[in-house]
Design a protein around this ligand. Structure first.
Ligand code: GDP
Ligand code: MG
Length: 305
């Protein structure tokens, strides 16, 4: 399994680790503050969150009587940690069948993430079924089936271009017949227009609710970490259309913009549940704020774990 530290190598080497390295036992001056601010912006922490953070950091330096740059690194880590909240466990147990809807634009990593989550759940002895709700492209169905095989989890699919709501309906029946505990629903990320995409998501959700009134129990939005601040704009559109309950950030291994996680948490107010750090079935980690911040700064041994 890839470690989070390894997955965050680009972000660390480009930004946060550089701060830690550059800051020595010298006095904090105006340039120091400019450097911190510039690095946060470049790491895609976003302007509002960066400004908030800078304010808190300056206040803290005053309060604690911090004068040296190396002390500032510790204060920065601590303030970054405070921007993140510990995610609550996914609401996917305590009932006969729990449903998790997965949404996000095309290419964000929905299908891959579903495969990884299904694999984890199966390792934890949970009985999982996947619904191939992205019927828009034939290749999408085949790709999901392949992930189902990797994860050892059955995939319920219809024909290409069939009604996703019907596929979801069939998948619920199959899940019940097989006494599955969790149904994960894949969805399309691109239709003829943004309007169609949201309308279809709402339709899928409504079909779920018709059969299971409190479903979906989780609606996770998958955001591509390499798109930085653009992911936030997307997320707001999804939030307007459906009740998103949490976020998965993918591709942190291929970006230096890992700072966007702070903006997601601050500006969307949504818990981050998982982060994707590669293309294999193992490359998914539960989001842990303290570990995340440590991995952004600490070099450690890149080959451990
Ligand atoms: P979907 O259109 O939202 O279903 O996205 P896919 O699951 O098909 O993923 C799109 C591309 O992103 C694929 O090439 C995946 O291998 C890749 N991908 C997904 N998650 C990750 C990740 O965490 N790291 C990396 N490096 N690539 C990823
Ligand atoms: Mg897909």
């Amino acid at each position: 399994m890839t470690s989070l530290r390894k997955g965050l190598a680009r972000t660390r080497q480009s930004f946060f680790g550089r701060i830690a390295q550059a800051f020595g036992a010298t006095e904090i001056d105006e340039d120091t503050w400019d450097d911190v601010e510039a690095l946060l912006i470049q790491a895609d922490v976003g302007v509002p969150t960066t400004l908030r953070l800078m304010e808190r950091l300056k206040e803290r330096v005053r309060r604690d009587g911090i004068t040296r740059q190396d002390q500032l690194t510790e204060a920065l880590k601590d303030e970054l940690r405070k921007l993140l909240t510990e995610p609550t466990p996914l609401n996917l147990s305590g009932r006969e069948l729990s449903v998790m809807l997965i949404a996000g634009v095309n290419g964000s990593g929905k299908t891959t993430t579903i495969g990884k989550i299904a694999y984890r759940m199966r390792l934890n002895n949970r009985k999982v079924i996947i619904a191939a709700g992205d019927t828009f492209r034939a290749a999408a169905i085949d790709q999901l089936k392949l992930w189902g095989e990797r994860a050892g989890v059955p995939v319920i699919a219809g024909l290409p271009n069939s009604d996703p709501a019907a596929v979801v309906y069939d998948a619920i029946s199959a899940a019940r017949a097989r006494h599955a505990e969790v149904l994960i629903v894949d969805t399309a990320g691109r239709l003829h227009s943004n309007f169609n995409l949201m309308a279809e998501l709402v339709k899928v959700r409504d079909v779920l609710r018709k059969v299971i009134p409190d479903a979906p129990h989780e609606t996770l939005l998958v955001l591509d970490g390499t798109t930085g601040q653009n992911a936030l704009t997307q997320a707001k559109k999804f939030q307007e259309a459906i009740d998103v309950t949490g976020v998965v950030v993918t591709k942190l291994d291929s970006t230096a913009k890992g700072g966007m996680l702070f903006a997601i948490q601050q500006e969307l107010g949504l818990p981050i549940h998982y982060v994707g750090i590669g293309e294999s079935v193992y490359d998914l980690v539960f989001f842990n704020p303290a570990k995340f911040v440590d991995s952004l700064f600490e070099n450690g041994d890149e080959d451990e774990e």
